[in-house]
Ligand binder design. Structure first.
Ligand code: SAM
Length: 247
């Protein structure tokens, strides 16, 4: 999955599916995004009460994170390897300057800005190899040179200590999906000079629960409540980490 991850988003079919099927209104991902949006908007308002930050969304894809923070940031920049994903972001009305970056080679340069900044990285780390992870985190470290500059927000949409893991056991030996543990995320961030200051879960249940008409409503209610319980992020399928530079 990892080597071809940048290629996976270079064709119109995959991009339309991502934008209009994966994130179709009412879908599992759509509900997670709704919860994330509320959380992120609160986070940014609290963390930057005086001066709106510049947003750098790495692997921005269709611009989901950028649109979630509409109106709360001074300016937004989206970076992605897929010009077609960026075109879809523009088509969906994403208010941002969109930049195509290479999949390998030197670490991409964040657009230089004054003032506070937020770096977001959604649905990237899980499915890529260590080199891409390192490159993405090095980009974040450039945009956030000090603890005072701002916050890094990353999503792990496949926490290994969640219900989703049961499927990994069921498919033992022929597993087709990736997992990332809390310890791996913390280590990765630490290696690049970040410490986790908060984490929050956005679904305890797996997509199957949302696909069954009789279970859907109950699943939404359970997830909506369970994710508010302190400590529940440890068991959540979908986890968002908020981090700051150390030192
Ligand atoms: C699953 S999509 C996530 C898009 C968006 N962040 C979201 O959460 O909706 C993954 C994105 O990562 C991009 N990508 C893959 N490899 C990359 C790399 N090496 N550097 C930057 N972006 C990359 C893909 O083009 C794709 O748009």
């Amino acid at each position: 999955m990892d080597d071809n991850y940048a290629n996976a988003f270079q064709n119109a079919g995959a991009i339309d599916k991502y934008a209009h099927v994966t994130y179709a209104p009412g879908s599992y991902a759509w509900h997670i995004n709704r919860r994330q949006r509320a959380y992120l908007r609160g986070l940014i308002r609290r963390a930057f009460p005086d001066l709106r930050p510049t947003l750098h969304d790495f692997a921005c894809g269709t611009g989901r994170a950028i649109r979630n923070l509409d109106g709360l940031v001074w300016r937004a920049h989206g970076y992605d390897t897929s010009p077609d994903m960026l075109a879809k972001a523009a088509e969906l009305g994403t208010e941002a300057r969109l930049h195509t970056v290479a999949a390998g080679g030197p670490v991409p340069e964040p657009v230089a800005t004054d003032g506070p900044a937020v770096v977001t990285m959604f649905r990237l780390l899980l499915n890529v190899d260590d080199d891409v992870r390192a490159r993405a985190l090095a980009f974040a470290a450039k945009a956030l040179p000090t603890a005072e500059t701002g916050l890094l927000v990353v999503e792990n949409h496949g926490n290994s200590r969640s219900l989703r893991h049961l499927r990994a056991n069921r498919h033992a030996g022929r597993r087709w999906f990736a997992e990332l543990s809390h310890a791996q995320v913390v280590r990765l961030l630490r290696r690049h000079g970040f410490e986790v200051v908060a984490r929050r879960g956005f679904s305890m249940l797996t997509p199957g629960w949302y696909e069954r008409p009789l279970l859907r409503r109950a699943a939404r209610a359970v997830d909506g409540l369970a994710c508010r319980i302190p400590g529940s992020a440890a068991w959540a399928v979908n986890v968002v980490y908020v981090a700051r530079r150390t030192g």
